[in-house]
Design a protein around this ligand. Structure first.
Ligand code: SAM
Ligand code: DTB
Ligand code: SF4
Length: 337
């Protein structure tokens, strides 16, 4: 072993303290694509090294999702079973009562989650809904959980209202590269996603923003998505990387599955380009085998959605996840805030 390799390995083995976040450099799509093209093992070593410089190496944070308003969405997102444009068998429901949301949050906390993410199948929230969602934020936060919401597009005022209620994170995904977006969604533009993200930031909320892989995009377009995320300034604090869950009745039901190693590469490239962000191994774990998930953790994923449902589709049972953590020697993050 050369001296340099020994130093590198011992610094990797030590784990590391967290340097203060710094301003991101600008990523060109071609440079992100070059990362994707590295030999797999080199890419993973690089990602794991960056990971250890910034986070506890074996710690994974758990977020639990709840669909607070399901189905009947006016948007036509090709991947989504909740769109009223598709026939995916998801029944449209009403906005849940605050008490039921709080009960679900308590249960999530009792099983080890530190963040509770409430999702609504809306293009954007209506004025009449804001008071109720603000109550949900206040009551869930009072339990000691981090709160996250994903309610669609927000104007500046709505973002401030959520901030005032104590919301910690707002999730709003860019979902794809700009040049692929029109192929999957026609009822809103990429720029509208960026505008909401700006409103969320300006209100002082932390940002959860990621995308979906496996929708028929090219590698260059995957690199385009990661470049968009990594060029946000500051970086999103959380970056969910979803694997498409192909739901019968949606336009993407028959999308060609991607090579699992390409999914792992996407996680690694997100880790390298956004060193201090939490990278979440998100939708798609139910269909993923344990070895691929382990590679995702090796590639720098340090958060998962935890609990037996995502919004409308299945997620691994908590017991399967805890068994996997045991086998891998992973621990869950204990403290929420
Ligand atoms: N309606 C809001 C919006 O679109 O911003 C919030 C809820 S929406 C369901 C949140 C995210 O779920 C989407 O941005 C997308 O990334 C993800 N998602 C939806 N359907 C999915 C699927 N079939 N597979 C993977 N991710 C999916
Ligand atoms: C995110 O990036 N993925 C989550 C959460 N943010 C809201 C949603 C995944 C949804 C998967 C399809 C479903 O269960 O309906
Ligand atoms: Fe509606 Fe969100 Fe689903 Fe699009 S992703 S159809 S906006 S719930």
């Amino acid at each position: 072993m050369s001296a340099t390799t020994a130093v590198l390995l011992s610094s990797i083995a030590r784990g590391a303290s967290r340097p203060s976040p710094h301003k991101p450099e600008r990523w060109r799509v071609a440079d992100v694509e070059a990362l994707f093209s590295l030999p797999f093992i080199d890419l993973l070593l690089r990602a794991q090294t960056v990971h250890r410089e910034n986070f506890e190496a074996n710690e994974v944070q758990l977020s639990t999702l709840l669909s607070i308003k399901t189905g009947g969405c006016p948007e036509d997102c090709g991947y989504c079973p909740q769109s009223a444009h598709h026939r995916a068998g998801v029944e449209a429901g009403q906005l849940m009562d605050v008490g039921a949301v709080v009960a679900a949050a308590r249960a999530a906390q009792a099983s080890g989650a530190t963040r509770f993410c409430m999702g609504a199948a809306w293009r954007s929230p209506k004025a009449r809904d804001m008071e109720k969602v603000a109550d949900m934020v206040r009551e869930v936060r009072a339990l000691g959980l981090e709160t996250c919401m994903t309610l669609g597009m927000l104007d500046a005022r709505q973002a401030h209202e959520l901030k005032e209620a104590g919301l910690d994170y707002y999730n709003h995904n860019l979902d794809s590269a700009p040049d692929f977006y029109g192929a999957i969604v026609t009822t809103r533009t990429y720029q509208e996603r960026l505008d909401t993200l700006a409103n969320v930031r300006d209100a002082g909320l932390r940002v959860c923003c990621g995308g979906i892989v496996g929708m028929g995009e090219s590698r260059l377009q995957r690199a385009g998505l990661v470049a968009q995320l990594a060029n946000q300034d500051p970086w999103p604090e959380s970056v969910p990387i979803n694997h498409l869950v192909p739901v019968p009745g949606t336009p993407l039901a028959d999308a060609e599955p991607i090579d699992p190693f390409e999914f792992v590469r996407t996680i690694a490239v997100a880790r390298i380009t956004m060193p201090t962000s939490m990278v979440r191994l998100s939708a798609g774990r139910e269909q993923m085998d344990d070895a691929v998930q382990a590679l995702c953790f090796m590639a720098g994923a340090n958060s998962i959605f935890y609990g037996d449902r995502l919004l409308t589709t299945a997620n691994p049972q908590a017991a399967r996840d805890m068994a996997l953590f045991d086998r891998l020697g992973l621990t869950k993050t204990q403290v929420a805030r």
